[in-house]
Design a protein around this ligand. Structure first.
Ligand code: ADP
Length: 311
């Protein structure tokens, strides 16, 4: 069983306008409202592929029902913990060929809530093989909190995947406890290492991944969009290539890749199958308009067109 954790979800509002009347009123029926968060995407994709999972995290009373009814519609299992603060909205306005976004900072989690969520989490992970900690931390929680969640899961023999960026990922990697897997994209690995990566220079990537900060992490998947991925597993290295497709919306492809890693670990698949599964789900997401969404029937076709080569 897979548990995904989304500590800072949002309900996105997307207004698709022909033009925006600045300092005036713009009326529209073209609005889309949906819950968004990396862990939610991981769980949705695992659900769509038919694998047992549960989504958890923190939700304010203001949007709890909106989020939960949307997850119900998608047939997802979820057990969120209610906080006293308000879950954030984010607003994207598509207008005049441009995109304007407003992102709320979100709630501040109290120490009592942080402790109470740990209890809730401990119950949920009792039977988990894999735990995916995905996305940013809300105000009030520090990277130590992710490290604690990771430690608790590992004590129960679960494999932990961390998909975070910036200082959160940096601090997690600096801690003495290591996640089983991370999935940085190119930008994230460049930020982490302070180096620019030439995706064709495999030896330079190998050298970079031999840096002490990555020591003890079993699986590192550097996802590279249409260029597939570079993977380190133990002391083995792989390059994955994905088929060339017409992209509808690649937002959420990284989360779908994390879903693939989680499913493969849950199913004890070999490393080549894991990489192909992770890549295929990223590609399937890019074929869809909806973020964090895949069509299961497309899976075999794209799986067969994905290749993995050991370096
Ligand atoms: P992130 O969303 O974290 O930035 P990527 O953009 O690297 O992640 O995408 C994750 C994976 O999704 C890639 O490794 C690849 O398998 C798949 N993918 C993403 N973009 C494309 C694309 N244009 N064509 C085919 N597959 C893609």
């Amino acid at each position: 069983m897979i548990v995904s954790v989304t500590l800072n979800p949002t309900v996105e509002l997307v207004y698709d306008l022909e033009s925006l009347n600045i300092n005036g009123v713009t009326r529209t029926n073209h609005v889309n409202k949906f819950p968004s968060g990396k862990g939610l995407n991981v769980s949705r994709v695992a659900t769509l592929m038919g694998y047992d999972n549960i989504a958890t995290g923190l939700l304010g009373d203001n949007l709890k029902q909106v989020v939960e009814s949307s997850l119900d519609e998608d047939g997802m299992h979820h057990q969120f913990f209610q906080i006293s603060g308000q879950t954030r909205n984010s607003v994207a306005v598509l207008h005049d060929g441009q995109q304007t976004e407003i992102l709320e900072e979100g709630p501040t989690i109290t120490a009592d809530e942080a402790n109470a969520f740990i209890e809730h989490y401990d119950t949920l992970i009792a039977d988990a093989q894999v735990v995916a900690l995905a996305g940013s931390l809300p105000q009030g929680l520090t990277p130590d909190y992710y490290i604690d969640l990771m430690h608790r899961a590992q004590k129960k023999q679960a494999k932990v995947i961390i998909d975070a960026s910036g200082s959160t990922l940096k601090e997690v990697l600096a801690s003495p406890i290591n996640p089983f897997a991370i999935k940085p994209n190119l930008d994230e690995i460049q930020e982490l290492s302070g180096q620019t990566i030439d995706t064709r220079d495999y030896q330079a990537i190998i050298q970079l991944l031999d840096d002490a900060i990555f020591e003890g992490i079993e699986l590192i998947v550097i996802s590279m969009g249409a260029d597939g991925a570079f993977v380190k597993y133990g002391q083995r290295y792989f390059k994955a290539s994905v088929p060339s497709i017409e992209v509808e919306n690649a937002v959420g492809s990284g989360d779908s890749t994390v879903a693939g890693i989680a499913i493969a670990l849950d199913q004890n698949e070999d490393i080549e199958t894991l990489i192909k599964r992770a890549m295929t789900l990223g590609t399937l997401n890019a074929l869809e308009k909806r973020t964090g969404y895949v069509t299961k029937e497309n899976y075999p076709k794209y799986f067969d067109q994905t290749t993995v080569t050991e370096i």
